[in-house]
Design a protein around this ligand. Structure first.
Ligand code: UT7
Length: 327
């Protein structure tokens, strides 16, 4: 169905310069490059220094690139939504920091969303809702994370997976195919992936203060959840919106683990070449992974106007979402 929708007209991403390879990790915990590569596909990840590079400053850098790529004047932006589970400030929002840094006007709606790894999809769907209802004409959607702040660097089952970074897209109201979505969640199943909020530094009144601010992940449970629900979700999306998976140019999946992506491709009976990956050099960057992957594909020429794309993500909540868009 053709109507006014949000077309992606600009993309940007940013990764901090410091990297941590599998060999570096093998000096910190009992692991090795062979195990990590075989079980995850990850070789290296970027780590923010917390001074120059934080969730908010990385969001600004990714957003600037997206605005430049779109060739727009930031003064024309009327909505900024940022997704992050690891903001450096409780408030104001990351979106407001971006508004200020880009020199936008005050005629801009700014807020953040938190939906763990599918956060960027939640933000994208929110912005599409504003655009498709006529309440926004030009918007920025950002995903930015410094999960290195919350990882237990003594837990080899978790610390090998995650990296820091940001990705951003500019969405413009144009005539086109509507954004088609399915969003699912299960609070009941959320216990296998959770993180308590950081407490104030002086609140050492609880014995487990430091422990409880690390995030907890039962890797095998999350793995099983992902390889079961993600292919089912994509099949349900195709059935709901009456399209064939064979007509999709690319499946842009959350970059968590190469084995999850390979299993999804196999269950859908679609060639793995339609499932691009960046995780080898970035690890799992949570809500930044999908926009950063899109940016890489735009830069290397794989992404072309009019392509049919499926986005799918999963993570803490538990939450799992998928979209069908025409790029
Ligand atoms: O954005 C969503 C966030 N989360 C995810 O996507 C995570 C999904 N889960 C995963 O990606 C995988 O479960 C992991 C990569 C975390 C783990 O891989 P696995 O194949 O599920 O390994 P496992 O937890 O079943 O562990 C197998 C063995 C165990 O040893 P035993 O009990 O068989 O002797 C672990 O202790 O591997 C051991 N192990 C490791 N060995 C070397 C676990 N982590 C490591 C490690 N290096 N880093």
């Amino acid at each position: 169905m053709s109507q006014i929708t949000g077309k992606i007209i600009g993309l940007g991403s940013y990764f901090p310069p410091k990297t941590l390879t599998n060999d570096d990790l093998s000096k910190m915990v009992e692991t090795n490059d062979e195990w990590i590569t075989e079980r995850t596909g990850i070789k290296s990840r970027h780590i923010a220094d917390g001074i120059e590079d934080k969730s908010s400053t990385m969001a600004v850098k990714a957003a600037k690139e997206a605005v430049e790529d779109a060739g727009i004047d930031p003064k024309d932006i009327d909505l900024i939504v940022a997704a992050s589970t690891s903001p450096d400030l409780v408030f104001p929002s990351i979106a407001v920091t971006v508004q200020e840094a880009l020199g936008c006007t005050e005629n801009v709606g700014c807020f953040d969303v938190n939906s763990a790894c599918p956060g960027w999809l939640a933000a994208f769907n929110t912005v599409q809702g504003f655009i498709e209802s006529g309440n926004s004409k030009l918007a920025l959607v950002i995903g930015t994370e410094t999960l290195s702040n919350y990882v237990d660097w003594t837990d080899r089952g978790t610390c090998i997976l995650f990296g820091d970074g940001a990705g951003a897209a500019v969405l413009k109201a144009e005539e086109g195919k509507k954004n088609e979505i399915i969003m699912r969640s299960s609070g009941k199943r959320g216990v296998c992936l959770h993180c308590e909020n950081r407490k104030q530094p002086k609140r050492y009144d609880e014995d487990d203060f430091e422990q409880s601010t690390y995030f907890y992940m039962a890797g095998r449970d999350v793995f099983r959840f992902a390889i079961t629900e993600v292919p089912k979700l994509i099949k349900d999306l195709a059935a709901k919106y009456n399209f064939s998976l064979d007509d999709i140019d690319y499946f842009i999946l959350h970059q968590a683990n190469a084995r999850i992506i390979e299993s999804t491709a196999k269950k859908l009976n679609i060639g793995i070449e339609k499932f691009p990956m960046t995780l080898e050099q970035t690890g799992n960057t949570s809500s930044a992974s999908i926009p950063a992957l899109l940016n890489e594909m735009k830069k290397d020429g794989r992404l072309k106007k009019g392509m049919k794309l499926v986005f799918a993500s999963f993570g803490g909540g538990l939450t799992w979402d998928a979209n069908y868009i025409e790029y």
